[in-house]
Design a protein around this ligand. Structure first.
Ligand code: NAI
Length: 318
C-alpha cells in the first residue's frame, strides 16, 4: 500500500544479522527494496566458536525471496571490514544497525577480566568501530541513519550484568553525542532498548511471555528511525511486544547554595531531600543538553551578599 515505508536504493548494514532481532530487521529491509549487508560472526551466546553459517543462511533466505544481500563474517571489532563489504558490493551505506551482541552474565564478584573485556569489546567498541568506518561516508553523502541497541539492563541496571549493563549504557551516551555531531549532515542517531524472544532470552522467560515478545514487533520502530522521512535523532526507545515508549532523563529541581563558606558538606546534608526532590512542578520537561549551570550560578550570586573570593573555599563545618 501507499503508506509502506520503502528503502529502494538504500544500503543497510546490520551487525549480528545471522539470528534473532538482526535477522528480522534484515528480512524487513530486503522486502522493502534495500540492499543488505548481513554481518554475523556466527558465535555462541558467550561469543565463542566463530562461523560463517549464520550470515550465509540469512543471505540465501533473502536472495531466494528475491532480495539483495551479501554476507560479512567479521567481528564488529573489525568494523572497517564490514563497511568495506558494503562499499565493495553496493558502493554506498545509508543505514547502520548496531545490533551484534553477546552475554557473559555472572554476579559481579565472579566476573573476570575476560568477561568484562569481551562484552565491552563487542557491544561498545564494536559499535564504535563500525560506526566510525561508516561516518565519513555518511558525512560525504549528507545522509546516514544509525540505530544503536541498548537494553533494559543498560538503562536500569540488572543483577548479574555489570559488564553488559555498563557497555549498553555507554551506547546511550554514544548515540547522544553522535546525534549532536551528525545532525547538521542529516546523520540521525537513535538508540533502542528491545525485549524479544531469541536465544538471548529463551532461558530467562516462560514460553507464554516469549510468544508475545516476537522479535518482529521490534521491526517497526527500527524501520521508522531508519527511514529518510524521519527527523528523530538522539532518542531512546523501549520496545517490546507491540509497545513503544520514549525515555528521557528527569532532573530534580535541585538546591542552589550560596557560593561562600556556608556551602559545606553539612549544608548538603541538611538540604539533601531538596536536592533529590522529584515532586511535580520540579520537572524540566524540555531540557535536552543538561542543566543551565550559568543561569544557576547567576541565581546563586544574586542570592549571596558580600561574597569574597577567599570565602569560596569548602571548609567543612560538620
Ligand atoms: P542473538 O544472540 O539472537 O543475536 C546476536 C547475533 O550477534 C548473533 O547472531 C551473534 O552471532 C552475533 N554476534 C555476536 N558477537 C558478534 C561479533 N563480535 N561480531 C558480529 N556478530 C556478532 O541476540 P538478539 O536477542 O537478537 O540480540 C540482538 C541485540 O539486542 C543485542 O545487542 C542484544 O544485546 C540486544 N538486546 C536483546 C534483548 C532481547 O530481549 N533479545 C534485550 C535487550 C537487548
Amino acid at each position: 500500500s501507499e503508506d509502506k515505508l520503502r528503502f529502494d536504493n538504500r544500503v543497510v548494514v546490520i551487525t549480528g544479522a545471522g539470528g534473532g532481532l538482526g535477522k528480522m530487521y534484515a528480512h524487513y529491509f530486503a522486502s522493502r527494496g534495500a540492499s543488505l549487508v548481513i554481518n554475523d560472526y556466527g558465535v555462541s551466546l558467550k561469543g565463542e566458536s566463530a562461523s560463517s553459517s549464520a550470515a550465509d543462511k540469512v543471505v540465501s533466505e533473502i536472495i531466494s525471496a528475491g532480495g539483495r544481500a551479501v554476507a560479512n563474517y567479521d567481528s564488529v571489532e573489525d568494523g572497517e571490514n564490514i563497511i568495506k563489504t558494503a562499499m565493495d558490493s553496493f558502493g554506498r551505506v545509508d543505514v547502520l544497525i548496531n545490533n551484534a551482541g553477546i552475554l557473559r552474565d555472572k554476579s559481579f564478584i565472579k566476573s573476570t577480566d575476560r568477561d568484562w573485556d569481551l562484552v565491552c569489546q563487542v557491544h561498545l567498541n564494536g559499535a564504535f568501530k563500525v560506526t566510525h568506518a561508516a561516518w565519513p561516508i555518511f558525512r560525504a553523502q549528507k545522509f546516514g541513519r544509525v540505530i544503536n541497541t541498548t537494553s533494559p539492563a543498560g538503562i536500569y541496571g540488572n543483577f548479574g550484568q555489570a559488564s553488559y549493563s555498563a557497555a549498553k549504557h555507554a551506547l546511550i551516551a554514544f548515540s547522544d553525542t553522535l546525534s549532536q555531531e551528525g545532525s547538521k549532515y542529516n546523520i540521525l542517531v537513535n538508540c533502542i532498548s528491545p525485549i524479544a524472544a531469541s536465544r538471548l532470552t529463551e532461558t530467562t522467560m516462560p514460553p507464554e511471555i516469549l510468544k508475545v515478545l516476537d522479535p518482529k514487533y521490534v521491526v517497526p520502530i527500527v524501520a521508522y528511525l531508519s527511514h529518510e522521512s524521519t527527523s528523530a535523532t538522539g532518542g531512546l526507545y523501549e520496545t517490546a511486544g507491540g509497545y513503544i515508549n520514549s525515555i528521557r532523563w528527569e532532573l530534580s529541581k535541585g538546591a542552589v547554595f550560596k557560593p561562600d563558606s556556608s556551602f559545606t558538606p553539612a549544608a548538603v546534608k541538611s538540604r539533601y531531600s531538596e536536592i533529590t526532590d522529584f515532586t511535580s512542578g520540579n520537572k524540566y520537561p524540555d531540557f535536552k543538553h543538561g542543566v543551565d549551570y550559568l543561569g544557576l550560578m547567576k541565581q546563586a550570586m544574586t542570592q549571596s551578599s558580600n561574597v569574597h573570593d577567599e570565602e569560596l573555599c569548602f571548609k567543612d563545618k560538620v
